[in-house]
Structures are given as C-alpha cells and as structure tokens.
Ligand binder design. Structure first.
Ligand code: SAH
Length: 492
C-alpha cells in the first residue's frame, strides 16, 4: 500500500542505507533500474517479485510513463513496493516525477534518500569535493544539458563560480562539457578526475585536465569532477589490497556470503563458483533428530562446522534440553553459529582444525570432570575420522552422527568463463578442491591459489595444485587477510 522510492547508492552494497536494506528485506515487489547489483537485490526475500525497468542491450527500456503507471498499479496491489534507484532517487533519477504520479493517483509513497554518485564517487576515488583553501563548494550538473535546448545550466556562471563541478551522465558529452567550461574561462590546465563504476570492485579512475578530457577513454557510468580538488589524491577504493583482482570462491552458495563480503571489502571482484552444495544426510536427518532429542545424556556436544552446528542446534526448541552437556566448536565461524542458537560454546581450540580439537580435549582436566564420558559429534558425511578416532583414543565414548552431506553442484557456463580470467581461487575445504577439479581442468586453475589451512592445502597439493597462500588463522577472514598480504607484497 506504500511505494518506497529507495536510493540504492552508487554500487557498493555497503553504501545502501540501513532503512533501504530494511525495506528491501520486507519488499513484496522491487522495481529496479538496470545498474543495481545482485548483492543488493539479493536482500529482497526470495518470494519478492523483481521487475527490471532499466535499459538492457537488445530490449527497449520501459518508458518513464510506463514506469509511473506500473508503480501506481503495484502500489494499489501490494503492501510494500520498493522502487529501487541508483544513487539518490531525487538526483537525476526522475524520482520526483514518480512521486508526483503516485501522489496524483493517491497512492502513498515515501522517499528513502540514498548516497548519490554525485558525492560518493569522487570520495571513493580519493578526491574531496570541497577542501579548505581549494574549493568551498560544488555544483552537480548533467552532461546531457550541454546538448539540450531550453533552460539549462548557465555554464558561464558555473565556470566563474570557481567551485568544483561534478558532471553526471557526461561520459559521451565530455568534449562538449569541457568546451563549455573552457570557453567560459576555465583554464585548460584545470585538474579533472574521471571515475568509471565508482565504489564497485571495477572502479577505474583517470586523472587528466580540462584541456585533455576529450582524449581520455571513458565508459558509462562515469562521473567527471572538474576543479583544483581533482589534483588531491587521498585513499581510493583502487588502493585496496585486492583491487583489480578477480577471485573465485568455491564454497557452497548457502555459506559463501561472509567470504564474498570480506573479499569485496578488500577490493576484489568475486566470481562465485559453488562446486559443492549442502544437502540433508542420506537418512534425511533421522539420526540427527534422534540425537537432538537426547542431548542431555552427553557430557560434550562437538560441532566441526557452522553447517553442522546450525543443523543440530536448529533442532532443539529449548536450550535446557542440553542439560549438563558442554559444547565444543572447532573454530570461530562454528562458534558463531553456536552463539546464534543462543548457546555460548565452552571450548574452542587454539588451532581451528580437527587435530586442534583433539588436542584441546587431551588438555582438559579430566580429574575435575571425572573420567572421560560421552560425546556427541555432529559432522559432515565425508568428515575425516580425526575427531571421532582421536577422542575415542582418549577414552571418550563417541557417538558420531551425520548432520549434512556436501554434494557436487554444477556451476553455470558464465561462471566457468569468468574462472578462466581469474587471478586467484580460494579453497575453504578439501571438498571444494575436489569439486573444483571436477569442473575445471587443472590447466584452468588460476595463477594464485589460497587455502584456509593445512588440511585443505594438503588436499590441493596431493591433487597437483600448488598453494601459494595459506591462512595463518584458519578462518575466512584469515584467508582473505593472507591473500591481501600476498597481493600487496607481490605488487600484482
Ligand atoms: N540518481 C543517481 C544518478 C542518476 S544519473 C545518483 O544519485 O547517483 C546516472 C549517472 O550517475 C551516470 O551517468 C553517472 O554519471 C553517475 N553514476 C551513477 N553511478 C555511478 C558510479 N558507480 N560511478 C560513476 N558514476 C556513476
């Protein structure tokens, strides 16, 4: 019953507002422009209807009148309609026209401002639009204006004002824009910054001058910043350690999000190639359910992956059914999954591998807790026997149950083509190494291979893949840090 005109920001999903994200999560329909990235659209529930009204190669864009009519019709039908627009909805987005059409049709609407390319893109490329002693203001204009008739920008006054000029939609018209400012008296030596795809992993910026702007190759979407501030060079998204790197992630789609987010924050373009998928165990989860019903008989419940923790603890309705059982998690991501179930893990080893868990049990003060007792171990179908055998050897009575199995997933052609152009691949388990080699020829392995820890490294090396980067800290954050350090030192 309400249409929300939401600004999606310039591209980086981290620059979507909190309010925008909240509305997307509750959207029934999302009407979006072409340039909105998948990470932002993915916030909408899977049941939401997505309508692309943007231009795409080969098909005609929806006209503004059609979009207005669509919003009115949807606004009458659905409870939450999100009209998602790039940047800020009221900055060259024709959001004002949509608002007027909705008001005229008596459909409720609300605007949720966004981070506009007009201000954000220069910042992402290391240029402040205003700077003490350099520029005390800025103007935002449309490059389309130079060729349109009718009342438009007074380029003469703009040139005289000596403020920073931010030109949107100016890539194709850059020669005309430069011409207007030059003939109005701006010097040919005036610094200019051109930023393509600002805030995204593909951000590319070029420094030039007003006199040379015409000669620079520029692809849309690009923002052009004219003025003395463009000579400043503060930290840019392009300085991030993995900027310019295309990195393949092989984790199951259901658990790849944290790794993907960390890689993108480090500047990488991520190619998602899920070669495994998490499925119910062979018995449909019967053994796991039976174990979940009698947790109190155990002294310890041991989980060796976030998936295992979620599947086991998701089955208990009351934390008290754990009784006196304590909980051990193999590493921080597993521990975080335990915490999400409202339970604080009692034990997380110093080394986040199965062997580390066995060592931690060896170090337990069994005198304090009596002799070794019963352990429930919830793990993957193909788990190595390290924990089960190791604990049994220490005298514990171990019940191992299968919480899930990882099965091969078949990636699409497009993802495989991107792998061929990738700089690096990240493996987070032995099963991702095996799955990867089933779909990608050994010659097709990207030049840099990063592994989360020794077990994964051994699996890769025994398959003939040389691992150049191994995480010191065996977590997804650890592997991203290690790859970032490698990238910085290799100067690629
Ligand atoms: N409402 C949007 C602007 C729409 S006009 C906003 O507030 O950001 C579209 C123009 O914005 C593009 O032609 C380009 O000039 C600029 N733009 C949008 N996203 C951009 C990006 N990621 N990098 C560089 N320029 C961008």
């Amino acid at each position: 019953m309400t249409v929300y005109l939401v600004g999606a920001g310039p591209g980086d999903p981290g620059l979507l507002t909190v309010r925008g994200a909240e509305l997307l999560r509750s959207a029934e329909v999302v009407v979006h422009d072409r340039l909105i990235g998948p990470r932002i659209l993915d916030l909408a529930p899977p049941t939401a209807r997505l309508v692309d009204v943007g231009k795409s190669a080969g098909s005609a864009p929806t006209s503004q009148e059609e979009t207005n009519a669509l919003l009115v019709a949807l606004g009458r039908e659905a409870r939450v309609v999100v009209r998602l627009k790039g940047g800020d909805p009221y900055v060259f987005g024709r959001g004002g026209e949509e608002a007027i059409a909705l008001a005229a049709a008596e459909v409720d609407y609300e605007v949720v401002p966004g981070v506009s390319a007009a201000t954000a893109v220069a910042a992402c490329a290391g240029v402040p639009l205003t700077h003490r002693g350099v520029a005390s203001g800025f103007a935002v204009v449309s490059g389309h204006d130079v060729s349109s008739t009718g009342p438009g920008v007074d380029w003469g006054r703009l040139a005289e004002a000596r403020c920073t000029v931010v030109v949107l939609m100016g890539a194709a018209q850059r020669a005309l824009v430069a011409g207007r400012l030059l003939s109005a008296g701006r010097a040919p030596s005036t610094p200019v910054l051109v930023v393509e795809r600002g805030s995204s992993p593909q951000q590319r910026s070029v420094r030039t001058t007003l006199g040379e702007l015409d000669a620079v190759d520029v692809e849309s979407p690009a923002t052009i910043v004219v003025g003395e501030v463009a000579a400043l060079r503060l930290a840019s998204y392009e300085d991030r350690p993995l900027a310019g790197w295309r990195v393949v992630v092989t984790r199951a789609a259901s658990s790849s999000a944290p790794l993907v987010a960390l890689l993108e924050r480090a500047g990488a373009s991520v190619v998602e190639l899920p070669v495994v998928e998490i499925r119910d165990p062979e018995d449909g989860g019967a053994a796991l359910r039976a174990a979940a019903d009698r947790l109190a008989v155990y002294d310890w419940v041991v989980v060796t992956s976030a998936n295992g923790a979620e599947r086991l603890l998701g089955l208990i309705r009351d934390a008290r059914s754990l009784g006196r059982a304590r909980v051990a998690a193999v590493g921080p991501a597993t521990a975080a999954a335990v915490r999400r179930a409202g339970i604080v893990p009692d034990l997380v080893p110093d080394r986040f591998v199965a062997e580390g868990l066995v060592d931690a049990f060896r170090a337990l003060d069994v005198r304090a807790s009596g002799r070794p007792g019963r352990v429930l171990l919830a793990q993957a179908a193909a788990a190595r026997p390290v924990v089960a055998d190791g604990l049994a050897a220490l005298g514990w009575d171990v019940d191992a149950v299968v919480a899930y199995q990882s099965a091969r997933a078949t990636p699409g052609r497009a993802a495989l083509d991107e792998v061929a152009r990738a700089d690096a691949v990240v493996f987070t388990s032995a099963s991702t190494v095996e799955g990867f080699l089933e779909v990608v020829d050994r010659k097709g392995v990207p030049p840099v291979v990063a592994s989360i820890g020794p077990v994964t490294t051994a699996a890769a090396e025994s398959a003939g893949i040389r691992v150049c980067v191994e995480a010191g800290h065996h977590t997804v954050a650890g592997v991203v840090d290690a790859l970032s350090a490698f990238a910085s030192s290799s100067g690629r």
